[in-house]
Design a protein around this ligand. Structure first.
Ligand code: FAD
Length: 486
């Protein structure tokens, strides 16, 4: 009599795909029954995603389940503390191993290590791979064996060291026992109701949606990516960020496709390199967070925690709701609220407005983005907020304060972006669109636009706000020079 091998639990997390999935491939190679599992963790160490992320998760899990069903399997859903749920499923099925793609966020990494340790004591093996980053954190270190803190040498080392894995489509069939109970996704209530604020979310979560977004980009925006990626009205960027966050596509897969397009002449190779470098920022963010876990809560450059942040609930609320009176800022914040996403150039403008013009702590902006972005990603969000606030590892200098009017005029010269998201000022001619308060009264009367009524007057004067921000900076640089320990 032959004994059947004990099942392997394939614990999906932020790797919601079948292609290029190392944990899945290894699970299938064992020849054992495979139990695909997703745990909606209510335990103390949670994924720090917000409401918009949960909207995405709901659809992505449905898509993953459908794909698994085409391979004769299905997704088992459980909710509760991860370790308790794993133990329960092991008890029900006699599974002898748990395979997973690692999470590198420090709290999750430590939690997974604890789970692996405790299951090992019960003879259940936990094995992990890197299925989400170009290179696992720690995989590239500088000449003295320390983590890089500057992006350019990090990227250079990464591209020299990392081997793009061969493309795989995943096993054709998976043998999953039919009797295992699953919870119902509908009952998890991840999709918002009362009210449903997601009606403007125009996305196709899931692996197929990720592939479609990538091909649209490769056959479109890639050709002039380095120029057009800065123009929020242009289809110049890939919009892959939520797909990448949920692991619906491997970053190397995206790079292989842009490189293939460069190789067969569909796009210049410099554009493929630029796109690869942007993905490098994603890896760099994950790598920084992994090595410097305190950066979620404190400034990477500690002197910046002495910044005299203002407590300004009204200013914060005007920023969140897109009612600052600065059209490019308001357009960005409304795009975020309506679609769960904001263009990168505009993210930089609105973030600069919050931390410099309003002098509000970057952590408040980071928290709002975390709740409202479909691509909210702990490492990328914190790293980018600290980049704008100048407190990050390889950050923009604090004295570079974006002027929202000149940024708008430069990157949305014809006003298509602002007119789409701030329709109440759409009739303003281009000349005044980014600074409506400068329009002559007869123009305003002619189009029937009343500032302070139809659209807010600016909540602050940018020139004064800039001076205030630079003064705040002087207080911390002066304090640093007074510090004898410095
Ligand atoms: P593309 O230009 O097509 O770039 C391709 C991919 O490269 C992106 O999908 C993303 O994975 C990666 N990438 C590009 N730029 C960056 C960057 N600066 N940092 C890290 N990765 C990058 N990105 C997130 O994924 N999650 C976040 O929570 C997030 N928060 C941000 C907060 C602020 C204040 C700022 C300024 C930027 C933030 N970004 C974040 C980075 C960037 O804005 C988005 O990744 C990008 O806008 C996504 O659009 P795209 O997929 O079309 O990008």
């Amino acid at each position: 009599m032959t004994t059947r091998p004990t099942p392997v639990i394939l614990w999906f997390r932020r790797d919601l795909r079948l292609a290029d999935n190392p944990a899945l491939n290894h699970a299938a190679e064992t020849g054992a029954p495979v139990i695909p599992l997703y745990i909606h963790d209510g335990g103390p160490v949670q994924d720090r995603g917000g409401a918009a992320s949960l909207w995405w998760l709901d659809k992505s899990l449905r898509a993953l389940d459908e794909s698994l069903q085409t391979r004769g399997s299905r997704l088992i859903l459980r909710s509760g503390d991860s370790e308790a749920e794993l133990r329960r499923l092991i008890g029900e099925t006699g599974a002898g191993a748990v395979f997973l793609n690692r999470r590198f966020e420090p709290e999750l990494f430590a939690r997974d290590a604890d789970i692996a340790h405790s299951l090992k004591a019960e003879n259940v093996e936990v094995r992990g791979w890197n299925g989400t980053l170009m290179c696992r954190p720690g995989g590239v270190l500088n000449g003295s064996g320390s983590p890089y803190k500057v992006f350019t040498p990090f990227l250079k080392s990464l591209l020299a060291a990392a081997e793009p894995p061969a493309h795989t489509t995943g096993p054709r069939r998976l043998d999953t026992p039919a009797w295992i109970k699953s919870e119902s996704l509908d009952r998890w209530g991840l999709h918002p109701s009362k009210p449903d604020w997601s009606t403007g979310f125009d996305w196709t979560p899931g692996e197929a949606g990720a592939s479609a977004a990538l091909s649209t980009f490769v056959n479109g925006g890639l050709k002039a990516y380095s120029r057009d990626r800065d123009y929020p009205a242009a289809p110049g960027c890939s919009r892959l960020s939520p797909h990448l966050h949920f692991g619906e596509i491997h970053p190397w897969r995206a790079i292989q496709q842009v490189r293939a397009a460069a190789a067969d002449g569909r796009a210049p190779s410099s554009e493929a390199d630029k796109f690869t470098a942007e993905l490098g920022w994603r890896d760099f963010s994950a790598h920084l967070l992994h090595h410097f876990p305190q950066m979620t809560d404190t400034a990477f450059r500690p002197e910046y925690d002495a910044m005299p942040w203002r407590d300004d609930p009204e200013g914060l609320e005007a920023w969140r709701r897109g009612r600052t009176g600065y059209p490019i800022v308001d357009a960005g914040m409304r795009q975020l609220w309506t679609t769960g996403w904001m263009h990168n150039r505009v993210r930089m403008i609105v973030a600069s407005f919050l931390v410099k013009d309003l002098l509000i702590d970057w952590r408040k902006g980071e928290a709002w983005f975390r709740d409202t972005l479909v691509d909210a990603d702990l490492a990328s969000n914190v790293q980018n907020w600290q980049w704008v606030a100048a407190s990050g590892a390889d950050a923009a200098p604090y004295f570079r304060v974006f002027n929202p009017v000149t940024q708008g005029t430069k990157f949305d010269a014809k006003g298509q972006y602002v007119r789409r998201w701030v329709p109440e000022i759409a009739a303003l001619p281009d000349k005044w669109l980014h600074a409506p308060w400068t329009a002559p009264p007869e123009i305003m009367r002619g189009i029937g636009l009343r500032l302070g009524h139809d659209y807010p007057r600016p909540i602050l004067d940018h020139a004064e706000a800039r001076d205030r921000a630079l003064e705040a900076l002087r207080t911390i640089t002066a304090a640093r020079h007074d510090d004898p320990g410095h």
